[in-house]
Design a protein around this ligand. Structure first.
Ligand SMILES: *[C@@H]1O[C@H](CO)[C@@H](O)[C@H](O)[C@H]1NC(C)=O
Ligand SMILES: *[C@@H]1O[C@H](CO)[C@@H](O)[C@H](O)[C@H]1NC(C)=O
Ligand SMILES: *[C@@H]1O[C@H](CO)[C@@H](O)[C@H](O)[C@H]1NC(C)=O
Length: 372
C-alpha cells in the first residue's frame, strides 16, 4: 500500500519535473556557465563539450558582455555571456520531451557584421523531413540589435536534440551571429468553442522572456502544423511579432500580435464554414505603446470579403474594435490580416513597427439584421 503510494508520488514528481523542465530556459540556456580557460584559445572554444550542457561544432566563440569587436561593443541582453556561431558552426543540446507534444523554441540572436544572416534551427532525430527551419535574422526589429525568434515542432520521440546552426559562408568567420537565452515551451493545441477561430486571443504561443522588452518574432513561411503560434499561419515574407502585456499595450489578455512589415507580414487561418451561412468576424486593432505613431490601416479578409480598419496611433497604447460580416461561399474560408502601410518607430532606431491585432472571434449568426 505504502509502496504503491510512494511510487505514485514519484511518478507524479517525474511527470511534473518533465513538464517544468520544458517551460523556460534550457539548462545553461543563457550560456552563463562557460568553458575552462584550457578549453579556449582567446575567445574561441576549442573543445566540443567545453560549454556545460551543450555540444558545439565548428567555429564557436564564447562572448562576454562588453567585449569589443573592432569598434563594435558587444552587448548581451541577459546575464554576462553569449556564444557566437561562425560559418557552419552549431550548438546542440539533448532534451527530454513528451512524444507527440508540440513545442516552441525561443532564443535571442544578434547580427554582427555579416550581410545575409540566417539560422537553421532543427530537432533530431525526427521522422519528418521538415523538422528544421531557416530563420532569417537580417532585418533588425529591436533598437539594441537583439531580437528573439521562435520556431515550433512536434516531438516524434521523447529524447531529442535541439540544434542551432549557422549555415553562413561569410569571408570572415568571426562575423557570425551571437546567440543567447535558448528556451523551450510546451504548446497546447487550441480548442474550438463558440469562437470558430483557434487561438484568436493569441494567449497560446512561444515562450516570452520575462526580462526582455522586445517581444518574440514569429518567422515567415510558417504553416499551422508547426506554428509556434498555434492555429495560425504566417504566410508572408516577413515576421510578425508576439507581444506581452508586461512590456506592451495589449487589447485583451496577456498576448497579442504586432503586424510589423506592412503587407509583407500577414497572418492567416483557414476555418470551416457552411456555404450560405452568415458569419461575423470581430477583432481589436490598436498600438503597442512602443512609439509606433501614425495613421495605420489593418486589412481583414474573409474569403472574397474584406474590410479596412483605419487606426490613428499616438504610439501610447489604445485600441478599437472592428467587424467584418460575410456570407460563406466555400466550406473553407481563409481569414487573413495584414497592415496596409509600413510604419517606423519615432525613436530614431529606424525599426519597423505596426498595428496590434488581438481578440479575433468568428461566430455564425442566424439573423444578421439583429446585429446591425
Ligand atoms: C590560437 O589561435 C591562434 C590564431 O588563430 C593560432 O595561431 C594558435 O596556434 C592557437 N593556439 C593554440 C594553442 O591552438
Ligand atoms: C537544416 O538543418 C537540418 C538538420 O541538420 C538539415 O537536414 C537541413 O538540410 C538544413 N537545411 C538547410 C537549408 O541547410
Ligand atoms: C448575405 O446574404 C443575405 C441574404 O442571403 C443578404 O441579405 C446579405 O446582405 C448578405 N451579406 C453580405 C455581407 O453580403
Amino acid at each position: 500500500m505504502h509502496r504503491a503510494a510512494l511510487l505514485l508520488v514519484l511518478l507524479i514528481c517525474n511527470f511534473v519535473f518533465a513538464l517544468s523542465l520544458t517551460d523556460g530556459l534550457l539548462p545553461n540556456g543563457g550560456f552563463e556557465h562557460g568553458p575552462k580557460k584550457t578549453e579556449m584559445n582567446g575567445t574561441v572554444v576549442t573543445s566540443k563539450t567545453a560549454i556545460p550542457n551543450w555540444e558545439i561544432s565548428g567555429y564557436v566563440e564564447y562572448i562576454k558582455s562588453g567585449q569589443k569587436q573592432g569598434d563594435m561593443l558587444l552587448i548581451v541582453p541577459q546575464g554576462n555571456s553569449a556564444v557566437r556561431l561562425g560559418n557552419e558552426a552549431s550548438i546542440k543540446q539533448k532534451v527530454q520531451v513528451i512524444k507527440g507534444m508540440f513545442y516552441s523554441i525561443t532564443f535571442s540572436a544578434a547580427r554582427t557584421c555579416a550581410q545575409e544572416e540566417k539560422l537553421n534551427v532543427s530537432v533530431s532525430p525526427n521522422l519528418e523531413a521538415n523538422d528544421w527551419g531557416i530563420l532569417p535574422i537580417q532585418t533588425m526589429y529591436s533598437s539594441n540589435g537583439w531580437d528573439s525568434y521562435s520556431w515550433g515542432f512536434q516531438a516524434d520521440r521523447p529524447d531529442i536534440e535541439i540544434s542551432i546552426h549557422n549555415p553562413g559562408v561569410e569571408e570572415d568567420a568571426t562575423c557570425g551571429p551571437l546567440i543567447d537565452t535558448v528556451a523551450l515551451k510546451t504548446l497546447y493545441p487550441p480548442k474550438l468553442a463558440t469562437n470558430l477561430i483557434k487561438n484568436g486571443d493569441f494567449e497560446e504561443g512561444p515562450y516570452v522572456f520575462p526580462k526582455t522588452s522586445w517581444g518574440v518574432l514569429i518567422p515567415p513561411h510558417i504553416k499551422d502544423d508547426h506554428s509556434p503560434l498555434p492555429g495560425w499561419i504566417i504566410e508572408s515574407l516577413k515576421a510578425v511579432k508576439y507581444i506581452d502585456s508586461q512590456h506592451f499595450a495589449v487589447p485583451e489578455g496577456k498576448r497579442a500580435i504586432e503586424l510589423l512589415a506592412g503587407k509583407e507580414s500577414a497572418i492567416a487561418q483557414i476555418v470551416k464554414t457552411i456555404i450560405g451561412k452568415t458569419y461575423v468576424l470581430t477583432f481589436a486593432v490598436g498600438d503597442a505603446n512602443n512609439a509606433c505613431e501614425g495613421s495605420m490601416v489593418v486589412e481583414s479578409f474573409a474569403g472574397n470579403y474584406n474590410v479596412q480598419v483605419p487606426y490613428d496611433s499616438k504610439g501610447k497604447g489604445g485600441f478599437k474594435r472592428a467587424q467584418l460580416q460575410f456570407n460563406a461561399t466555400s466550406t473553407r474560408t481563409r481569414i487573413m490580416f495584414l497592415s496596409t502601410f509600413y510604419t517606423m518607430k519615432n525613436d530614431n532606431s529606424g525599426s519597423l513597427c505596426g498595428p496590434v491585432l488581438d481578440d479575433v472571434k468568428l461566430i455564425s449568426v442566424r439573423n444578421p439584421r439583429r446585429l446591425l
